[in-house]
Design a protein around this ligand. Structure first.
Ligand SMILES: C[S@@+](CC[C@H](N)C(=O)[O-])C[C@H]1O[C@@H](n2cnc3c(N)ncnc32)[C@H](O)[C@@H]1O
Length: 301
């Protein structure tokens, strides 16, 4: 399968997470199609990377892409917070490593998920409403919207994506699901579009953008799992070592910013990026999904 995802803030990441000596080990905790990982392995010939992804199918693409680097690229399938935290030492030791010199977390999903996974991430396609990064674990979006009471559904849309028409959308979903189960992405997108005011329906973004985002965040525990992910990655870092996080929406960004500030305040970390790094105009022009990306880097003292 072809690689389709363009890594965001790539030059900035390569600069801020550059190894400082030979033989360093980096953890790419959200490997995806390995866009960042490939660039790091190319630019820094003495660097090794352990790449983690909860999605087995995208990891296969990454493995093919990084094959030419041989043992410099190794892989773990699962959630990064589990890799780092559960039995962190034993697992990392299983790779012959005690701590990482750098870690990169590029949050969210890849273009692959929208365009090729067939799991209902995109409102522009008609696919089964799944949206799980790891399809062998947990509830699907179809499960969630089939069973959640109206108020909880509205709260979910508001809390996960700040959807301002959360109540109207939740009501429409509940009415429609009484007719027949909502199992496909196109039907959900149509229900949302019909339930919102016309100016929102024909605005710059598709009216279902936030609903899809909120549901994806829910099934994958992206917000609830973020703080544990950051903490466990921090624990797995050597000192001095650097943690870089790329976030894509304000709720995510707030958690990262707050955690990094705490590290600086309690004296265990130094903020390498005083202000989050945003993409330059040329990058946004060339790759529209990069427009909301923000990179923050903290160094372990
Ligand atoms: C934005 S993409 C990464 C793109 C990658 N940096 C590249 O340039 O190709 C995020 C990836 O992380 C994975 N992912 C998201 N949360 C994860 C988690 N908690 N643990 C492991 N993998 C995760 C997703 O499946 C997805 O493939």
């Amino acid at each position: 399968m072809n690689v389709i995802h363009t890594p965001v803030l790539l030059e900035e990441t390569l600069t801020l997470l550059a190894p400082r000596s030979d033989g360093e080990v980096m953890c790419d905790a959200t490997l995806g199609e390995a866009g960042h990982a490939e660039a790091f392995l190319e630019r820094f010939p003495a660097l090794q990377i352990i790449g983690i992804d909860a999605d087995m199918s995208i990891q296969e693409i990454a493995k093919n892409r990084l094959e030419r680097f041989g043992a410099r690229a190794r892989f773990y399938h699962g959630r990064s917070q589990d890799f780092f935290a559960q039995t962190a030492r034993a697992r990392i030791a299983g790779f012959g490593i005690e701590k990482f010199d750098t870690a990169l977390i590029d949050l969210g999903v890849s273009l692959y998920h929208y365009a090729q996974s067939g799991r209902g991430f995109s409102f522009a396609k008609d696919e089964p409403l799944d949206m799980r990064i790891n399809p062998s674990e947990g509830r699907t979006v179809a499960d969630i919207i089939a069973g959640l009471p109206e108020k909880e559904l509205a709260d979910l849309l508001y809390n996960n994506a700040e959807e301002r028409y959360s109540r109207r959308i939740a009501r429409a979903i509940v009415e429609e699901r009484a007719r027949s189960p909502i199992a496909a992405s196109k039907r959900l997108a149509d229900i949302v579009a019909r339930s919102v005011p016309p100016q929102y329906r024909y605005g710059a973004a598709h009216p279902a953008t936030k609903t899809f985002q909120a549901l994806r965040i829910e099934v994958n525990g992206e917000l609830s799992g973020l703080r544990p992910l950051l903490e466990s990655a921090w624990d797995a870092l050597r000192s001095p070592g650097r943690l870089g996080v790329i976030s894509f929406h304000s709720l995510e960004s707030r958690v990262v910013k707050g955690y990094f500030r705490e590290l600086a305040k309690n004296g265990s970390g130094r903020l390498v990026t005083k202000k989050a790094v945003a993409p330059r105009m040329e990058e946004i022009r060339a790759n529209a999904p990069s427009r909301s990306a923000l990179l923050r880097v903290v160094e372990k003292i």
